[in-house]
Design a binder for this molecule. Structure first.
Ligand code: S3P
Length: 180
């Protein structure tokens, strides 16, 4: 059986957009965006879920969503865009490696900053108690802090690493397709 395809990487690396491009290149594949999947299940948005239940509960929802997706044997083959923090759970890392061919869309901090600056709203992991970080240097510190633990987790989970700096979503999707 052909494995599903998953996209991992930090917030702002383009997982959702590349997922859309890739599923258009692979007509037999459906597209699952894990954040959207959870939002639909919960009937509320990611910021509301974090506010109401906290990060640990959201991580449990990610794990349960993945278990549900991978145990559904009747569904079509899928491109799955994961959340930036899905790999922080060891169980999720195992599930992703076992059930998918996993691509890490790796970006430099500068690329992430360019993509995230002005787009922090709706991303609770980029917020502080003082509100949403908008200032570039504060955002840089937040990215670096999260990356200090996550970069290894992305590398450990991925079967393929793609450096996406300077590439369009369509170019990245074409590289993923060529590596399948
Ligand atoms: C998160 C990334 C988000 C979303 C949630 C938490 C993270 O997904 O799952 O806000 O911990 O990095 P994107 O990477 O699609 O923004």
């Amino acid at each position: 059986m052909m494995k599903d395809i998953s996209l991992i990487g930090f917030m702002g690396c383009g997982k959702s957009s590349v997922g859309k491009e890739l599923s258009a290149l692979l007509p037999e594949c459906s597209l699952i965006d894990l954040d959207t999947y959870i939002e639909e299940r919960q009937g509320s948005g990611i910021p509301e879920i974090f506010n109401e239940y906290g990060e640990a509960a959201f991580r449990r929802m990610e794990r349960e969503a993945l278990e549900e997706i991978f145990s559904d044997t009747g569904r079509p083959h899928a491109v799955i865009s994961l959340g930036g923090g899905t790999v922080t759970s060891e169980r999720c890392r195992q599930l992703i490696r076992k059930h998918t061919v996993c691509f890490y869309l790796r970006a430099t901090t500068e690329t992430l900053l360019d993509n995230l600056e002005g787009h922090s709203a709706g991303r609770p992991m980029l917020a502080t108690g003082d509100g949403i970080l908008t200032e570039r240097e504060a955002l840089r510190q937040r990215i670096e802090t999260l990356m200090a633990t996550r970069s290894e987790q992305y590398l450990e989970t991925a079967h393929h690493i793609i450096d996406i700096d300077g590439q369009t979503f369509a170019q990245t999707a074409a590289i993923v397709k060529a590596l399948l």
